[in-house]
Design a protein around this ligand. Structure first.
Ligand code: AHR
Length: 526
């Protein structure tokens, strides 16, 4: 009886402790960081901050395209609020039209007068009607409006080498060829530049359910006819980058075979890994309303990207020690159980602070492997999966992931600085992760930038920062955090999770960065 009472009382005491566990009363996690500017790494390609826009759910239709007659303010049918928000991010490259949709897309359906374009069915995403109102001209206009380079995904699955070649001719030829003339008839005089061209997508699955050998052979066939028509893309230095459809998650054999069979047209190989779905298919975790175990497991699975990059790169190194073939992580992001139960095929999900941390961890990983990883594309830009923007008719909100892209802008084109970090652990159940994760770089502006993630949702962190090669009297920047692990923005409360200013000053004991629990902070040293 006594023992029972004691157990009960201990239980009550413990419960009180757990409930009364505000961050303020918690002791800080400690980490030691040394940044030595003599240890300069590689330039971080801006394309690591790339995007992906597929004809899927409300990504293109509503998210970007509202049509010229819409009441939603638009420029030639493309919504101004979304363009404004994306311009602010300096989007370096955007991939289109898919994804799985790309291998079902016939580009000629999307040119010419819009009222004459055929209505087709988007069989892969929700079985809805595809009006083809948003085609090549509209996409190129969108890319020009946001100031981004383009990455076009060609159709291998249901297309032909001729169709693919003609699309490239249509978009990029400057002469009097039949396709260039057709483009002019449709209102565009100057050729567009296609910097990146995907020859097939997920050929192991929705792109054709192929073996890696069959996929590599088809790549070689199609890539042979994916010609460079643009007058400025005629030399090996300026030519279009052709991307071979690469592995899903940990399919290392796919990378092995692709690299063994590569040819001179294999300029890049893709890799797809979705946090929370890549290791947990079908996606079953909720986008919000999760507990701390749900927070920790998703962050753990975000870290898995590093192992994947290392292992796929090691295979590529065997066949390409000079690292001529780039690895493009051209689909990454969180994939949860959908929040749109009416249209589950639309892959709409909320985006919380947890997603913001997932994005930051990915950037910190990519910065380290830019000898091989030259591009990464978040899936997807608006209203789909880990979107940076959500829309509801005329309303638009920015997600925590958007704010992390905003925070990391100084890292685009910066020179990475490998650092020394010794961090305490953040442990939940059987998951144990470094509590603090960082990335440093010397910006194009000459400043030293640091991104710091505090994964622990309960405890603040104190990062003792030593600098070598430069003096830091203070660290000034912005921080993203929230009052809950699933804090997110809604159309009624669009500013629940936003950036706040941050400053830390050096004192007698040096420079200590005090970080909020569950936060992403980016600072410049002054
Ligand atoms: O981004 C959603 C889908 O995920 C893409 O269409 C496909 O390539 C991947 O399976």
């Amino acid at each position: 009886m006594l023992t029972g009472l004691k157990t009960l009382m201990t239980g009550v005491a413990l419960a009180t402790t757990l409930m009364a566990a505000p961050a303020l009363t918690q002791t800080a996690i400690k980490a030691d960081l040394t940044i030595d500017t003599a240890k300069s790494g590689k330039v971080i390609p801006p394309e690591i901050y790339g995007h992906f826009a597929e004809h899927l759910g409300r990504m293109v239709y509503e998210g970007v395209w509202v049509g010229e007659d819409s009441k939603i303010p638009n420029t030639r049918g493309i919504r101004n609020d979304v363009v404004g928000a994306l311009k602010h991010l300096n989007v370096p490259v955007i991939r289109w039209p898919g994804g799985c949709f790309a291998d079902r897309y016939h580009w000629m359906d999307g040119i010419g007068p819009r009222d004459k374009r055929p209505v087709t069915i988007n069989t892969i995403w929700g079985g809805v009607e595809e009006s083809n109102a948003f085609g090549t001209h509209e996409f190129m206009d969108f890319a020009e409006q946001i100031g981004s380079k383009v990455y076009i995904a060609g159709n291998v699955g249901t297309g032909s080498p001729k169709e693919m070649s003609q699309w490239l001719e249509y978009m990029t030829a400057s002469d009097n060829s039949q396709m260039a003339k057709l483009r002019r008839q449709n209102g565009r005089e100057a050729p567009w530049k296609v910097e990146y061209f995907g020859v097939g997508n997920e050929t192991w699955g929705c792109g054709g359910d192929m073996t890696p050998e069959h996929s590599a052979n088809l790549f070689k066939q199609f890539a042979t006819f994916s010609d460079n028509y643009h007058p400025d893309q005629k030399t090996p230095e300026t030519r279009m980058v052709k991307v071979m459809s690469g592995a899903n998650v940990a399919d290392f054999n796919w990378t092995e075979v692709s690299m063994k069979m590569k040819n001179n047209n294999t300029h890049a190989l893709s890799l797809h890994y979705y946090t929370s779905a890549g290791l947990n298919w079908p996606p079953s975790r909720p986008s919000t309303g999760f507990d701390e175990a749900g927070w920790a497991v998703v962050l753990k699975e975000a870290f898995y990207m590093e192992e994947l990059v290392q292992k796929h790169s090691a295979i590529m190194d065997k066949y390409d020690p000079e690292k001529k073939v780039a690895l493009y992580v051209d689909e990454w992001g969180t994939w949860y159980k959908t929040d749109d139960l009416k249209n589950p095929g639309f892959l709409y999900q909320q985006n919380s602070l947890r997603d913001g941390l997932v994005a930051a961890l990915h950037f910190n990983i990519f910065h380290k492997y830019t000898d091989r990883v030259k591009m990464a594309n978040l899936a997807q830009t608006v209203n789909v999966l880990q979107a940076v923007i959500l829309t509801d008719k005329d309303k638009m909100i920015l997600t925590p992931t958007y704010h992390v892209f905003d925070l990391y802008k100084p890292f685009m084109g910066a020179t990475h600085i490998p650092v020394m970090l010794n961090s305490a652990k953040y442990t939940v159940g059987d998951i144990s992760l470094p509590a603090v994760d960082v990335s440093a770089a010397k910006g194009k502006d000459g400043k030293i930038w640091l991104a710091v993630v505090n994964l622990d949702p309960n405890r603040p962190a104190e990062v003792n920062t030593s600098t070598m090669g430069f003096k830091a009297k203070s660290a000034v920047g912005r921080v993203l955090t929230g009052d809950r692990i699933d804090a997110h923005n809604t159309f009624d409360k669009p500013n629940t999770v936003t950036l706040k200013s941050y400053e830390a000053k050096a004192s007698g004991s040096g420079l200590v960065l005090k970080l909020a629990p569950k936060s992403v902070t980016v600072v410049e040293f002054r």
